[in-house]
Design a protein around this ligand. Structure first.
Ligand code: FAD
Ligand code: ZN
Length: 230
């Protein structure tokens, strides 16, 4: 929808990958709609995934015993987080929609993206207990997890060898985004792109472009345990 702001957090090393193409499709389609689209290309940025002392500029709140969560929270209050974190938080703050685009790594997101979650979603910025879930500090935003797999759709079913794909989404969608108050749109999954024909892959990109055309009319999922485990 024209005027909406979208942040794509993208984790793939290779621009020619299917993930790269899916990211390009989103940039193009949302751009056509008049959205302003920003991409955090994590590998290209050489984004630091480790949560360390380096994230805090200047003196520590407690220099005797380092506690990352406490130090990040206090540094956020003082405006003393490292520049890369301040930059990412600004992008998140401005966005109406966050799209996470990545290949599934060990039933999860790649470490570089998990590092983005660990470092950017600081207490005081994204959540502050009891301001979590429906009152999380990033409420009024939407998130969408768009990813590719090695395994087939059949493998990722309840009776399948890998179990329902929704089990994998619980930590990412509920544990991270919902915890921070973000409403979650249905995930977009391209199963096993390496093992299908070129034609099928082109179809996957078309389906994604098609979905994006009416994305702003979608209702968020009911992000509760039942959605994942019933
Ligand atoms: C460390 C690690 C852990 C993993 N863990 C898991 C796991 O737990 N579960 C699981 O299921 N999988 C797992 N995988 C597999 C991984 O999820 C898949 O390899 C990945 O999702 C495939 O996506 P890709 O973008 O990298 O594919 P690519 O190999 O980049 O893309 C597939 C093909 O699409 C082609 N392509 C790109 N653009 C277009 C276009 N516009 N039109 C047509 N074709 C195009 C590319 O050229 C390529 O030939 C793991 C992989 C690694 C490395
Ligand atoms: Zn939830």
């Amino acid at each position: 929808m024209a005027g909406r702001k979208v942040l794509i957090i993208y984790a793939h090393q290779e621009p020619k990958s299917l993930n790269g193409s899916l990211k390009n499709v989103a940039v193009e389609e949302l751009g056509k709609q008049g959205c302003s689209v920003t991409v955090s290309d994590l590998y290209a940025m050489q984004f630091e995934p480790r949560a360390t002392r380096n994230d805090i500029v200047g003196c520590l709140h407690n220099s005797e015993e380092f506690n990352y969560g406490v130090e990040a929270r206090e540094a956020y209050k003082r405006g003393d987080l490292s520049d890369d974190l301040i930059e990412e938080q600004k992008k998140v703050q401005e966005a109406d929609l966050l799209i996470f685009q990545f290949p599934l790594y060990w039933f999860s997101m790649p470490a570089i993206m998990k590092g983005w979650m660990d470092r950017v979603l600081v207490e005081g910025f994204a959540h502050k207990f009891p301001d979590c879930y429906s009152s999380g500090l990033l409420k009024n935003k939407l998130a969408l997890f768009s990813f590719t797999t090695g395994g087939s759709k059949e493998m990722y079913t309840k009776g399948g060898i890998s179990g329902d794909i929704r089990y994998i989404l619980w930590p990412m969608q509920h544990g991270i985004m919902h915890y921070c108050g973000v409403k979650v749109l249905a995930p977009h999954i391209c199963f096993a792109p390496e093992y299908v024909s070129e034609e099928n892959r082109k179809e996957m990109l078309l389906v994604w472009a098609q979905r994006l055309k009416t994305l702003w009319k979608e209702e968020p999922i009911n992000c509760s345990p039942e959605w994942y485990f019933k």
